[in-house]
Design a binder for this molecule. Structure first.
Ligand SMILES: [Zn+2]
Ligand SMILES: [Zn+2]
Length: 296
């Protein structure tokens, strides 16, 4: 199960209801933070989550609303005896930004920080991989996809027929052929691959040709939706997306569910304006608030 917690859902200016952008993705031992806007560490506390469990931070870009929470979070990790290596990934320029930031504050760094500027597939484990793609936002900006690999499952009907049981099942699950009561069984005949699960994060970009191929077939497409369709001109000027464009991306990429976030305070009284514009084009759209959770 992959758990997503929306710690902040505002655009550049936070409101009483919405904090600056940050999303926590939890899968097994990994707690991956996507962006870390101002106040993110307090959002962790309010959500009853422990910021010291963060394993990696993915930064989309270096506009303040996506990164101003990093120094505070790092300071808390240092005070709290964080003893892992913290991995920070981001677009071009990230190494310099993090190092400058560490120099700006009186900060005692008690743990290792590894910084990587990434594009393409940059994490590939037994269980999942993460990819980055360039977006168009006036400053270097990455979108990310997290893909949980499909595990091998044993075909239960075949198991009943063959009466195989015991420790050999573990080997089959790992894709190994086995010998059971003198007979050979091929893993490929006894198992099937579970489907991958893909979650995409598209923050702060104007529409561009790279988005749809990159987020293709997402189970969950989490996308900025800063402007309503009436402000398409403005969205183009400021290099953001409208709800309508976001929904078109969801539809054309054949994604299963669209999550709208990075909501401007101009819609604070009527966020349905954004949601309804998206739903007209892509029915399975939801608009999230701070602390909403989605599990897939
Ligand atoms: Zn932003
Ligand atoms: Zn931005």
């Amino acid at each position: 199960m992959i758990k997503i917690t929306f710690l902040g859902t505002s655009d550049a200016i936070p409101s009483a209801e919405r904090n600056h952008t940050s999303i926590l993705l939890n899968y097994k031992d990994e707690n991956i933070l996507i962006d870390c806007g101002e106040g993110t560490q307090r959002q962790f506390r309010k959500a009853k989550l422990n910021p010291c469990k963060v394993t990696r931070i993915l930064i989309t870009h270096w506009h303040g609303d996506h990164v101003l929470g990093i120094p505070g979070l790092l300071q808390t990790l240092s005070f709290s005896g964080y003893n892992k290596t913290l991995f920070i990934y981001g677009p071009k320029g990230t190494k310099d930004f993090v190092n400058q930031m560490l120099k700006t504050f009186v900060f005692q760094k008690n743990f290792e920080i590894k910084i990587e500027e990434v594009i393409g597939k940059f994490i590939d484990t037994k269980d999942f991989y993460i990819e980055a793609e360039k977006m168009r936002h006036g400053v270097p900006c990455n979108a990310y996809t997290f893909v949980k690999k499909g595990a091998l499952r044993i075909n239960k009907d075949k198991l009943v027929k063959t009466k195989i049981h015991g420790s050999v099942l573990k080997k089959l699950k790992e894709g190994e052929d086995i010998i059971y009561e003198g007979k050979k069984y091929l893993a490929k005949n006894m198992t099937y691959g579970e489907k991958e699960k893909k979650i995409s994060f598209v923050f702060d970009t104007s529409f561009n040709d790279r988005i749809i191929p990159f987020v293709k077939n997402s189970d969950l497409l989490i996308c900025e939706s800063t402007f309503g369709e009436e402000l398409e001109d403005k969205a183009g000027r400021y290099k953001h997306l409208t709800a309508k464009q976001t929904a078109e991306i969801a539809k054309k990429s054949k994604s299963k569910k669209l999550v709208l976030t990075h909501i401007s305070q101009r819609y604070s009284k009527n966020p349905k304006k954004i949601l309804n514009a998206a739903k007209k084009i892509f029915k399975n759209s939801v608009l999230v608030n701070d602390f909403d959770k989605i599990e897939i």
